[in-house]
Design a protein around this ligand. Sequence first.
Ligand SMILES: Cc1cc2nc3c(=O)[nH]c(=O)nc-3n(C[C@H](O)[C@H](O)[C@H](O)COP(=O)(O)OP(=O)(O)OC[C@H]3O[C@@H](n4cnc5c(N)ncnc54)[C@H](O)[C@@H]3O)c2cc1C
Length: 449
Amino acid sequence: MAAHTLTPVHHPLHSLTQTFKSKTFKPQTVKCRSATTTITSNLRAAVIGGGPAGSSAAEALATGGIETYIFERSPQAAKPCGGAIPLCMLDEFSIPSHLIDRKVTQMKIISPSNLTVDFGKTLRPNEFISMVRREVLDNFLRLRAEERGATLIKALVTNIELPLSEKSPYIIHYISNNTQNTLAVDVIIGADGANSKVAKSIKAGDYTCAIAFQERIKLPEDKMKYYENLAEMYVGDDASPDFYGWVFPKCDHVAVGTGTVCSKQNIKQFQGAIRNRVKSKIEGGKIIKVEAHPIPEHPRPIRVRGRVALVGDAAGYVTKCSGEGIYFAAKSGRMCGEGIVRASENGRKMIGEGDLRREYLRKWDDEYFCTFKFLDVLQKVFYGSNAGREALVELCGKEYVQRMTFDSYLYKRLAKRNPLEDAKMAVDTIGSLIRSGVVGREVMDAAGF
Ligand SMILES: Cc1cc2nc3c(=O)[nH]c(=O)nc-3n(C[C@H](O)[C@H](O)[C@H](O)COP(=O)(O)OP(=O)(O)OC[C@H]3O[C@@H](n4cnc5c(N)ncnc54)[C@H](O)[C@@H]3O)c2cc1C
């Protein structure tokens, strides 16, 4: 086994300097703060990235008694994000209601020809879309991971040395307080977002990204009142050739943004167009922040290699059509963390690639592969042209479509289906596509409709 030099490790939480040997796998007693018992853990895990994916992973690992380090380069920063999260996330991740800025109960979708459909009319009285500020949500989740026993290291990870043998450690190089440090660990979860350093280190391959651009605009009181519980989605070639533009309400301002995959160089022009379409509603508003960030379009070619697993945006878990990624980040982080706890028997056993594949990747794909694929197809049909978008908005007017859409978005489960309504929806969809000229009559005739 290769011997690494003893390395001082900066420990910001407790302001102490520890010394870690490279992989000697010396048993260490780890206090699991959420449980009443103290277990003996061998496994050392590092989570790179302290967003929803990383914090949820670290929380699961530490709760399972694993010696856990979570690296975050800028804990005070706010990730550029719309901040919309589904109802089920509040329960599943015990998000307290005081973190929610706005409870959106109205949702408008506006077509290229300005046909407007009120998309929220089937919401039940206790249903809403939560709008959070990412700096608030991320801080809360990170703090909870620390409370469970994870050690937060405020540092930029600069490099990861791969192990020399099956059981030797990964060496993480990081900069904290202008000082270079290293840490030896057995397992790594890469939760470091779309530009993932961890993914590069394990040669996980590239994915296509959209670029999303967003302006935070503080509105005069009367204008803000209009957006109090209302979110808007704008579709059209002007606002984006392959995505949608949005206005999301925040605590004291709105987030106005758009995204594109195929025409990134024109993102500012699309942002100008969306601002133009909402002009009268945001008149007198002041731009307080401008932000942009990539959004992955597909899962990475490789999501597990060796004892490293990717989660959240680093893995590419953002759905097409909606650009939703917060819930999937938290869910994949938790799933991966829990998988490691199971496979390592609460940190008592070394794990390998096969364990990560079985306990995390396979479970994730079983649960979400079809959802991601389905939304991929929908995006191609409905966001590809103005005609497709008109058809989409027309369909969104149907109560059954709204109910099915909200049930699957809010609860992340397949809604209870009604065969008769399903058949009607299929006919409506085809009718809308034909009327909009997306699908030719002759194609439908040939298909027997
Ligand atoms: C403009 C925009 C709007 C969006 N709107 C929504 C929305 O309304 N709803 C929704 O569900 N999703 C939305 N998304 C997607 C959502 O933001 C992401 O899917 C989600 O943030 C993914 O979480 P994550 O934890 O995987 O990654 P991130 O949130 O990107 O977190 C990664 C963390 O890793 C840290 N990090 C990175 N590299 C290093 C390093 N080398 N060392 C140490 N730390 C590092 C970063 O500082 C960051 O905190 C939006 C995205 C954009 C760009």
